[in-house]
Each structure stands twice: as C-alpha cells, then as structure tokens.
Design a protein around this ligand. Structure first.
Ligand code: ATP
Ligand code: MG
Length: 314
C-alpha cells in the first residue's frame, strides 16, 4: 500500500479488514481501558511531595499536575495541588475560584497564612484539593527577596499543614511557573521528588542541564532529599519521527526516571481546561485520560517497597 506522503497524516482507513493502524490503535486503547479497570493500587500511607517543574514554557507542567492529581484521586488517593504559578492555570483547570481577592498561595508565602485557610476542594472529587494562585503571586517573586527564610516558606507552611488533624495527603503536586526564580526554589525546597515533563519536540533537552544544575545546588545547600524521580514524555505524536527520536534520546539519558507511559498529543487534553475540568472528568475514556491514569498508577507503583505484599513477607 502506498504510504502517506506527509508523516503527520495518519494512514487512510481501509475496508480490507481490521488490520489498519487506526483499528490497531483503537483495539489497543480499549485493551488498556479494560486493564485499568482491573488494576488495584495500594497507597504507602506516607505523603509524597512532587514538584512539577521545567523552566521551559508550555511543556505540559500544568496539564500534567492537574491530570495526574485527578487520576491519583480517582484511585482513592488524597491529593493536594499547590498552584505556584501566577497564571493560575492549575486553579482554572480544577475549577477553583481564584479572583484577586481569593486567599491564595501569595498569602501563605508573604503573610504566613496557614495553608488550611486557603485550600479549596475541587468540585471534581472530594479527594482533590487545591491551594490556588492569584495574580498577586506575580509580585511575590520580588517581595520574597527581602523576607526572612525566603526559600523555606512553602516548606514550613506545608509541613504545618500536613501535620494538622484530618489533613493527611497521599500526594502533594506543586505546579511551578516556567522560571527558576524564588517561587520554583520554594517548590524545590518543599518537595522530595522532582517530576519533569518533557515535550516531545525539537529542543526538548535544551535547558535541562540548567534545571538539573539548579537542583544540584538545592540538594547541596537547601534540601538534600530532593531527587529527580520521574520524567514524563508529553504531547507525543507517534506518527512523527521527531517525537520518536526525542523519546529515544531522553530514555537513553534517563533510563530509570522516564515513565513507560507516554502522554499523547490529544485534542481532548487541550479542550478540558476551557470547561474547568481535567481530562479525567471531561472524557475519562479518551487516549489522553487513559495515559494520565496509567502514568498515575506507574508513579504509585514505583514507590512500592516491593512487589510482595507485606503480609506475605518472610
Ligand atoms: P507554562 O510554562 O506556561 O506554565 P505548562 O508547561 O504548564 O506551561 P501546559 O499549560 O500544561 O504547559 O500546556 C501548554 C499547552 O499545551 C496548553 O494549551 C495545553 O492545553 C496544551 N497541551 C498540554 N498537553 C497536551 C496534550 N497531551 N495534548 C494536546 N495539548 C496539550
Ligand atoms: Mg503551567
């Protein structure tokens, strides 16, 4: 059969039988959906704090933070999303009001409000919480410079919050702005794990050494427990050779950190925020939602101390 000339165009649908790329893709997706229904997960009982960071803009940080959070909440985890970006995109996607007068992360960082006073529950799930951001946060980057313990403010507030009664969280996901300023540094000091979303495009790895260099400095001076635990490939278009090459290159450099799950480029994923929803609520059976649900399970399972249930251990 003649191949399509443009590699971005999918192969034409054939009536010869079921063995077309599209039919195979659909069969694969329904098998993955069924597998997800049968998956049961065990949470560790401790809180994992992950910062979703990459100083490169538009690589899928916010999309990853909110959709992983919703996927984790859907399997029973209690999840707090900290929106550390003045753009407030994570708050929007979780349908959390964040007008200028809303108590927000700004008040926590600058005026030492307890996080409990700003947290809101997402209408999407009683397990899904959000510490919203407002536009004021744009000024925090500068205001923090003259503050005492400016790098530790989020960490202290988070520790106080998590120690409070009824405030246990299985996961805290911090959505960072696209910069390596004081807001992101507060996230690096507050977190144990770094999750880097990498867009499968040209220049994907550019800037990564600067990011990892900053993380090295944080480990040395401010937070020895921070480590790169997870890399997630986003906006993957398997029909382009470029996306395949980028994915291969990232896996070569970071064989242990890259999740097996790859997030496909999907219209449903990009549409969901305009409805104030994650893709999990918007279209939970779509390819993008299925991938985020698989990624969430992978993240939970990577933390499992062993594949053997505790009660079967010698
Ligand atoms: P910023 O650096 O501005 O904070 P970001 O890294 O948080 O950006 P997102 O806002 O998550 O990136 O994504 C950038 C754009 O790409 C958004 O319009 C989003 O809807 C879109 N997008 C993200 N992931 C996907 C995907 N898997 N498929 C299609 N579109 C996507
Ligand atoms: Mg963002």
């Amino acid at each position: 059969m003649k191949q399509p000339e443009n590699e971005n165009v999918s192969a034409p649908f054939s009536l010869d039988g079921d063995d077309t790329p599209l039919a195979r893709e659909l069969a694969d997706l329904s098998a993955r959906r069924r597998a997800l229904e049968q998956r049961s997960v065990q949470l560790s009982g401790r809180t994992r704090v992950l910062t979703v960071s990459n100083q490169k803009g538009g690589v899928g940080k916010t999309t990853t933070a909110v959709n992983l959070a919703a996927s984790l909440a859907a399997v029973g985890a209690r999840v707090l999303v900290v929106d550390l970006d003045p753009q407030g995109n994570a708050s929007t996607a979780l349908n959390i009001p964040h007008t200028a007068d809303t108590p927000s992360v700004y008040d926590v960082l600058i005026d030492e409000f307890p996080i409990a006073d700003i947290v809101q529950v997402s209408p999407e799930s009683p397990n899904l919480f959000c510490a919203p951001s407002t536009l004021h946060l744009a000024g925090a980057e500068i205001e923090l410079v003259s503050q005492v313990a400016r790098e530790h403010r989020l960490r202290t507030a988070l520790e106080d919050y998590l120690a409070g009664e009824g405030q246990h969280m299985d996961f805290v996901l911090i959505d960072c702005p696209p910069s390596l300023g004081l807001l992101t540094i507060n996230a690096f000091v507050a977190a144990h794990e770094l999750l880097i979303p990498i867009q499968c495009e040209y220049y994907a790895l550019e800037g990564l050494s600067q990011l990892l260099g900053t993380v090295g400095m944080i480990q040395k001076h401010l937070n020895p427990s921070l480590h790169l635990s997870t890399i997630l490939l986003t906006m993957y278009d398997g029909r382009t050779r470029l996306a395949q090459q980028v994915a291969e290159e990232v896996r070569e450099h970071f064989p242990r950190e890259v999740l097996a799950t790859v997030i496909p480029r999907s219209v449903r994923v990009s549409e969901a925020p305009s409805f104030g929803q994650t893709v999990i609520a918007y279209d939970g059976q779509s390819a993008g939602a299925v991938a985020y649900r698989e990624a969430a399970i992978e993240i939970i399972q990577r933390d499992a101390p062993s594949a053997t249930p505790h009660n079967e251990e010698a």
